[in-house]
Ligand binder design. Structure first.
Ligand code: ATP
Ligand code: MG
Length: 213
């Protein structure tokens, strides 16, 4: 399966979600590839940190840029059962190319109006991609939500997102938790980090199941 983690906004947690999914998927399946199409190379730095610290299992990653991303992914698909693409935070040739070949596109968004305003454009990008890639399914996952249960922003977002024809919202909501930053610093997923944060672990496990099962 090819999973694209993308969006049109900087910083909602694309690399955080992509690296956590890559580590989790690699714990189950051997031939997983993380493709970093973002020139900031954050996912690649995470892989290097993982390598330096000797974290196992090893996550294989490559960097690919520009429109050729589409043909490169088609080639890489012959070698890897599972591909996760971190496509960076803007409407780029890489994002458009990846939309044409992925099975699922996941757009992490913060529960903020500024992030929501990108949904119209994302919905249009998905609509264009669907003309060529009719298997494509697109989802929003709320990330960096308030862990305070009294804050109902995610529910408000669910209502807002229901207006978009081509994009659904995943049930899993990932909250703002310090363990995501600590794990990232060490080239780990939150599932690997100690001391563990049970709630963060549950969120990533639920997200993983929702995407892969
Ligand atoms: N759920 C979370 N809880 C706490 N911190 C988080 C969470 N998700 C992401 N972060 C932190 O927010 C910052 C931005 O996250 P990340 O780099 O994953 O975003 P991005 O969408 O990939 O950004 P860019 O658009 O620059 O590629 C990072 O410092 C990351 O550790
Ligand atoms: Mg990133």
């Amino acid at each position: 399966m090819i999973i694209l983690i993308g969006g049109e906004k900087g910083g909602p947690g694309k690399t955080t979600i992509a690296t956590n999914l890559a580590a989790r998927r690699t714990s189950e399946i051997e031939d997983v590839l993380l493709i970093d199409t973002d020139k900031q190379s954050t996912a690649s730095y995470w892989c290097s940190a993982r390598e330096d610290k000797g974290i196992k299992p090893r996550v294989t990653s490559v960097q690919k840029y520009d429109k050729a991303v589409r043909t490169e992914i088609i080639e890489l698909k012959k070698k890897y059962t599972d591909i996760i693409i971190d496509a960076g935070g803007r409407d780029s040739p890489e994002l458009r190319a990846a939309l044409l070949v992925c099975d699922k596109a996941i757009f992490p968004l913060r529960p903020s109006q500024f992030d929501l305003w990108t949904l119209g454009r994302l919905n249009s990008l998905v609509e264009i991609a669907l003309e060529i890639n009719d298997k494509l399914k697109a989802y929003v996952v709320i990330n960096q939500a308030s862990p305070n249960p009294a804050v109902k922003e995610s529910e408000e977002m669910r209502e807002f997102i229901s207006d978009f024809e081509n994009i659904k919202m995943l049930n899993t909501v990932v909250c703002e938790r310090i363990v995501f930053r600590r794990a990232a610093l060490n080239g780990m997923s939150v599932l690997e980090y100690k001391p563990e944060d049970i709630k963060a672990n549950e969120e990533i496990e639920n997200l993983y199941k929702e995407i892969y099962e």
